[in-house]
Design a protein around this ligand. Sequence first.
Ligand code: UDP
Length: 370
Amino acid sequence: MTSQTTLLTPRSPTSSAYAYFSLGMLLAASLDGVRSGQRVPADHWRTVKLLVTGGAGYIGGVVAAKLAEAGHAVTVLDDLSTGHADAVPAGTTFLPGSLRDDAKAALGNDTDAILHFAAHSLVGESVGNPAKYWSNNLGGTLALLDAMLQTGTRKIVFSSTAAVYGEPESVPITETAPTRPTSPYGASKLAVDTTLAEYARMHGLGAVSLRYFNVAGAYQAASGQWLGERHDTETHLIPTVLQRGMTGKAIQIFGTDYPTPDGTCVRDYIHVADLADAHLLALGACEAGRHRVYNLGNGTGFSNREVVDACRSVTGLDIPAEEAPRRAGDPAVLVASSALIRVELGWHAARDLRDMIDDAWRFTQARSAQ
Ligand code: UDP
């Protein structure tokens, strides 16, 4: 274990995320003492050592930044297949590499926990190329779990997806809803969730899976660095609307005849910074031998038309919209229930749709100014 000790002061004493994570740090300190056979001074919390896989990507990057800002030693492992080297947050150690070949070296023998984001995540692509998803998402995770067992890392927080539920029978979707993924992407994530439950049972790992739908917004790290969505081919609604807004092109609204109040699909949006806080809470909730699953969302859906209107209002731009046919595979309404994580871990979404669009817009403008 690292000999470095740090007195960590929660940045926001009112944030339950930090309260929970402090508990995790204390546990790490006492575990350290047990392993080394020495007493850990009660007033010393050593730096928690964490591995963030996929930390050069959108969500992993924001989580890595927040963990580093909280004073933890963060290593980012990312093969840059979809991430960007310049999106790795300042204050972390970047190790370019793959789960299969480099996880063991990245963990060393003193990593306390993993936050696992590295995965392919395009539903449409997964339908056309399922092998890519099974190999990378499940195969890569199995390699990571092997490396955990070999190195003694005992905790893992997994970025799963609400796509594991498939077409919902009712909304909001709870954790007990049937899991019937409709894409290889969702199926590969569900297989990882199942694997984590087995590894927790068999090997005593502490694991938490977080399942969520539409993530939006951006995060400006304490270093000033903006972290946000940077897909080579952007398909998500909010960044697409904002990009169209910048270029004056029309946004196509896919489907206007759904059984919803305004005929367009309804989705559950969550701010990437709120999602990051949930990951910090989940880390504190990893318990040996247990696999927990939590859904995340803002509890309220927004229709595609409402999102476009909100983008117009935030940017002040008259973004034109045109009606287009339905996009294959789009369910009418996807909204998750966050009741369980609210009750058990005290998480809540602190940011609303306007905050998400506002931050995504700042990020878009910051990038276009580069
Ligand atoms: N959408 C749209 N036009 C676009 C992109 C997306 O109308 O240019 C719609 C899409 O059909 C869905 C909603 O916006 O109803 C959210 O899609 P997104 O791809 O952002 O996330 P998903 O819910 O598919 O994960």
